[in-house]
Design a protein around this ligand. Structure first.
Ligand code: BES
Ligand code: ZN
Ligand code: ZN
Length: 506
C-alpha cells in the first residue's frame, strides 16, 4: 500500500471513502437511570456530525470496539465511522489490531481510503500512533499467494492520512512512516521465507535469496560458507546435522557497519537457526509433528529481517548476522543416535537424539559468532516443543547468561507489545546436559524443562562470558491469529519488532 501524509488538512482528501474513528464513553448511573454507553464523537467536524445525526438509525451506533456505521455526505463522499471503544482503554496494540481489522475489511471493497488520522491518535502521541496504525495496516495486508493460480488480490492500494497536525511536524512524521514501512517490509520478507515450501527453499536457495535481498544495501558485507568451508572451520556439530542431507549446508555471514563508527558504537551479533526442514533425522518425527517443519528456519528469518531493517534504517549499531542453514534429513550418511561429534570449540557431544538438531547447528554458529568479538549475542530459534508446554503457543521464551541483556530485550518486547517471558538456566540443568562419555549430550535425562536445558547446552558455546540471550520462538513462529495483524495460518513475523527496537537502543 502507498501511504501519503496530508498535514494541515482543512478537509478530507478527495477519496470515495473517508474513515473516521468513533469512541464510546460511559455515563454513570444516576437515580433510576442505569449506566449508559454513548457515542463520543467530539472530534468530528460540525457538518459530519450534523449529517450523521440526521440519519435515524445513527442512534444505534455507540462507537463500541469494532462497531461500524456508514453514511454519505452531501458531496457524495462515503464516511465510514469505526468504533474504537473506550479511549482510555485503547492502547497501541489495540490500535494495531483495529487497524489490521479495518484493512482486512477494506481490502475486499476499496482501492483508496482517506483516514482522518487525528481521531486515531492516542494519548496525544502522534508518532507512536502513526507507527501502530501503519504497522497494523501493512502487516494485515500480507499475503502468501505466489503459488495460487487464482489470487485473491487486495483492492486497497492507496491510504491518505489527513491530519490537522502542522506542517512543522512533517519531517518527523514522514520519517516515522518511512521507518515503519522498512520494518513491515522486512517482516514480509521473513514471512515469505518461512512460508515457502521446503522443496523450493533448499538451504542453497535460501542463502542465495538472502544475498540477493541484501545486495546493494549501504554498509553491508556478506559471505557464505559451504560444506568445504564448514569443514575447515571444524564445525563438526553443524555438519553432523547436514550429514543426511542431499543439499549443502550454508552459513550466511552478514555484517552491517554504520557510516560513523566510534568507540561507543555497539556491536551486536544475531544468530539464527535455519533448518529449512526438520524431519528429526534417524530420530524421525511422527507424521503429525513433522508437518509444518518447513518453519524450522523461522529463527534465521527473524534475525535476518531485523538485520535488514537496521541496515536499511542506517541505525548507528554494528550488527553481525549468522544464519545456519541446512535440512535435517535421513540418508545412508545421516548421523546415527549415539554418535559422538566434536564442535568448533573442541567440545565433544554425544548425539542421543538427532531431532535435537537445532542446538547443534547453533552451537557452532555461536562459537563462530564469538570470534567476531561482539558486545552481545542474541540467537533466535524454533528450538523446542517444550517452550509451548511451559509458556503456551503465544509467548516467546528468553534465556541467557546476562541479566542486563535479558532485561533490555524484555523491555523492547514490552515496548513493541510482543509477549516474552524469561525461563531460568539453573546449575542442575547444566549438570543434566553432561554425558559420562563425552563433554556434553544433546538431550537432557528427562524432557522436563526442555527449553532451559537446550539453553544450558548452548551456553557452553558462548566464549569469554560474552553477554548472550537465546530466544525460543517455537511457540510464536507461526499461526498467531489471536493478533489481527498476523495470519491465522503461516509465518507470524513476531519478535522482529522487538529486535529492531533493541538494536535501535543499543
Ligand atoms: N524444531 C524442533 C522444535 C519444535 C517442536 C518446534 C515443535 C516447533 C514445534 C526441534 O528441532 C526439536 O525437534 N526439538 C525436540 C528436542 C527433543 C528431542 C529434546 C523437541 O522439542 O521435541
Ligand atoms: Zn528437531
Ligand atoms: Zn528443529
Amino acid at each position: 500500500m502507498k501511504f501519503t501524509l496530508n498535514l494541515a488538512a482543512k478537509e478530507f482528501s478527495s477519496s470515495n471513502l473517508v474513515l473516521i474513528s468513533a469512541f464510546q464513553k460511559t455515563i454513570p448511573a444516576k437515580g433510576k437511570a442505569k449506566e449508559q454507553q454513548v457515542l463520543a464523537n467530539t472530534h468530528w467536524s460540525k457538518d459530519v456530525k450534523a449529517k450523521f445525526e440526521s440519519i435515524k438509525t445513527s442512534s444505534n451506533f455507540t462507537g463500541s470496539l469494532g462497531d461500524k456505521f456508514t453514511f454519505h455526505l452531501d458531496n457524495g463522499t462515503t464516511v465510514l465511522a469505526y468504533g474504537l471503544g473506550d479511549k482510555t482503554k485503547l492502547d497501541f496494540e489495540g490500535l494495531r489490531n483495529e487497524a489490521a481489522k479495518i484493512t482486512t475489511m477494506l481490502q475486499a471493497t476499496h482501492k483508496e481510503v482517506a483516514i482522518q488520522f487525528d481521531g486515531f491518535v492516542l494519548k496525544s502521541k502522534s508518532e507512536e500512533s502513526l507507527n501502530a496504525l501503519v504497522e497494523g495496516m501493512e502487516l494485515a495486508s500480507y499475503k502468501f499467494d505466489r503459488h495460487l493460480s487464482k489470487k485473491n488480490e487486495s483492492k486497497l492500494k492507496d491510504v491518505i492520512l489527513d491530519s490537522s497536525i502542522k506542517k512543522t511536524s512533517a519531517k518527523k512524521l514522514q520519517s516515522v512512516l518511512d521507518s515503519t514501512l522498512i520494518v513491515t517490509e522486512s517482516i514480509g520478507v521473513a514471512r515469505d521465507f518461512v512460508n515457502e515450501a521446503p522443496n523450493i527453499l533448499r538451504s542453497t536457495v535460501y542463502a542465495k535469496q538472502v544475498l540477493a535481498d541484501i545486495k546493494g544495501v549501504k554498509g553491508v558485507k556478506s559471505k557464505v560458507l559451504g560444506k568445504a568451508e564448514l569443514k575447515k572451520e571444524k564445525m563438526g556439530l553443524f555438519l553432523s546435522v547436514n550429514a543426511g542431507s542431499a543439499y549443502e549446508p550454508q552459513l550466511v555471514h552478514l555484517t552491517y557497519t554504520p557510516s560513523k563508527v566510534t568507540k561507543n558504537t555497539k556491536h551486536i551479533a544475531l544468530v539464527g537457526k535455519g533448518l529449512v526442514f526438520d524431519t528429526g533425522g534417524y530420530s524421525l518425527k511422527p507424521g503429525g509433528s513433522m508437518m509444518n517443519m518447513k518453519f524450522d528456519m523461522a529463527g534465521s528469518s527473524t534475525v535476518y529481517a531485523a538485520f535488514r531493517a537496521v541496515a536499511k534504517l542506517g541505525l548507528n549499531v554494528k550488527v553481525t548476522c549468522i544464519l545456519g542453514m541446512t535440512d535435517n534429513a535421513v540418508n545412508e550418511h545421516a548421523t546415527m543416535p549415539d554418535s559422538i561429534v566434536k564442535g568448533r570449540n573442541g567440545m565433544s557431544v554425544e548425539i542421543l537424539n538427532t531431532d535435537a538438531e537445532g542446538r547443534l547447528v547453533l552451537a557452532d554458529c555461536l562459537d563462530y559468532a564469538c570470534d567476531q568479538k561482539p558486545d552481545a549475542i542474541i540467537d533466535s530459534a524454533t528450538l523446542t516443543g517444550a517452550v509451548l508446554v511451559s509458556l503456551g503457543n503465544q509467548v516467546c521464551g528468553i534465556m541467557g547468561n546476562n541479566k542486563k541483556l535479558t532485561d533490555k530485550i524484555l523491555k523492547s518486547a514490552k515496548t513493541t507489545d510482543e509477549y516474552m517471558w524469561e525461563l531460568p538456566i539453573i546449575k542442575e540443568f547444566h549438570e543434566d546436559m553432561k554425558s559420562p562419555i563425552a563433554d556434553l549430550k544433546n538431550i537432557g535425562g528427562s524432557s522436563f524443562g526442555g527449553s532451559s536445558k537446550a539453553a544450558a547446552f548452548l551456553s557452553n558455546f558462548v566464549k569469554n562470558d560474552i553477554p548472550w540471550a537465546h530466544l525460543d520462538i517455537a511457540g510464536i513462529g507461526d499461526s498467531q491469529g489471536h493478533k489481527a495483524y498476523c495470519p491465522a495460518k503461516g509465518a507470524s513475523g513476531l519478535i522482529i519488532r522487538t529486535l529492531v527496537d533493541f538494536l535501535k537502543n543499543s
